[in-house]
Design a protein around this ligand. Structure first.
Ligand code: NAG
Ligand code: NAG
Ligand code: NAG
Ligand code: NAG
Length: 325
């Protein structure tokens, strides 16, 4: 009896030891893959967080969900840390209760992907550790709208918006809104190119040179809050559209499939991340949006994600806009 207990104790100790060795192995391969280095203390803290993330991901993927999760460059962070670095923390003023969008009376296509209709969408960019998602949503949209009109696709400057758009209730690395950024570009009479005003991921001094403006905005169009049909009409018949939604913890490790959540909120005051709808479609009868993110091409589906369409998922129809050029 005593022997059996002892053996059992030894075995379970061995198995937990074995487990953590495996966790450490997974963590070290992840570190190598993502070029991460830590000091000793950090290593054990991050190992712990990584392992918790990995367990959550594995558990999610064993369940029956419309999307899968995977380890990625964020896997050594808690959601709290992630939120601080990549999302905006204060509610922004997005409340176009009544927008100024006029629906085309034309039928919209069942599916559309602006990436395939021409050279209208620039490669996925990376906002890095700065809550500047709104600037990437803005440039992505203005790049596309301009390219559709002129036939020329020119990468535009996020940093100019980070550094210069404060008068329109934007806050650099602490958040802002595409609609307000379009207003800034309209009144400021231009946005420079990515090459001429490159991205640093830090708040800086405004260095806008009006002689180097490469894109302009003539008018800003807001989608009426929560009117997702207007959003479909705009993307289906006009151009890609900027929108905001609420990112919750499971989104951080999105990998593929149609994202859907029961945890996120759906109102204007809760959205915390801005992105760009570049198309929509349906898979086995489930409608989705095709969305360009700004967390680099290694995240999600080569930097993109799909999200449920038609239910104002995570508030995605709360705060959408695009420019006229
Ligand atoms: C998985 O979920 C789908 C959609 O909710 C459902 O139709 C299907 O029956 C589920 N499959 C299993 C094995 O539970
Ligand atoms: C669009 O919405 C923004 C707020 O997000 C607001 O400042 C702007 O006045 C609105 N524009 C129109 C034309 O309604
Ligand atoms: C919202 O608008 C008000 C009035 O213009 C302004 O004082 C406030 O700073 C804005 N909030 C944000 C987060 O930009
Ligand atoms: C938000 O979600 C709740 C619960 O699902 C729903 O009752 C409500 O109509 C939604 N509101 C909006 C504006 O989409």
């Amino acid at each position: 009896m005593v022997n059996t207990l002892l053996l059992f104790a030894l075995l379970s100790a061995a198995s937990t030891f074995h487990l953590s060795e495996q966790d450490e192995f997974h963590f070290k391969s992840w570190m190598a893959q993502h070029n991460k280095a830590y000091n000793m203390k950090e290593f054990y803290e991050r190992l712990q967080i990584f392992t918790e993330n990995k367990r959550r991901i594995d558990k999610h993927n064993e369940g029956n969900h419309s999307f899968t999760m995977a380890l990625n460059q964020f896997s050594d962070m808690t959601f709290g840390e992630f939120r601080k670095s990549f999302l905006w923390s204060e509610p922004q003023n997005c409340s176009a209760t009544k927008g100024n969008y006029f629906s085309s009376n034309a039928p919209h296509p069942d599916s559309i992907d602006w990436r395939k209709k021409g050279n209208f969408v620039t490669p996925v960019k990376n906002q890095r550790s700065c809550g500047s998602c709104w600037t990437f949503s803005t440039t992505g949209c203005l790049e596309a709208v301009t390219a559709i009109k002129t036939g020329k696709l020119i990468p535009l400057s996020e940093q100019q918006l980070v550094d210069c758009a404060q008068d329109f209730n934007n806050h650099g690395c602490n958040g802002g809104l595409p609609s307000q950024a379009f207003e800034y570009i309209m009144y400021n009479k231009g946005l420079m190119t990515e090459d001429d005003y490159p991205y640093t991921a830090f708040d800086g001094v405004c260095k806008y040179n009006p002689q180097m403006a490469a894109a302009i905005v003539k008018d800003v169009v807001n989608i009426t809050a929560y009117n997702e049909m207007e959003l479909v009409d705009a993307v289906g018949t006009r151009n890609p559209v900027s929108f905001a939604f609420e990112v919750t913890s499971d989104f951080m490790h999105y990998s593929k499939g149609v994202y859907s959540s029961t945890k996120c909120h759906n109102t204007t005051d809760m959205v915390n991340h801005a992105v760009l709808a570049v198309g929509y479609g349906a898979e086995n009868g489930s409608p989705y949006w095709i969305v360009k993110n700004s967390w680099g091409p290694l995240w999600g589906i080569e930097g993109y994600f799909l999200i449920e369409r038609g239910t104002n998922m995570c508030g995605l129809a709360a705060c959408a806009s695009f420019p006229e050029v």
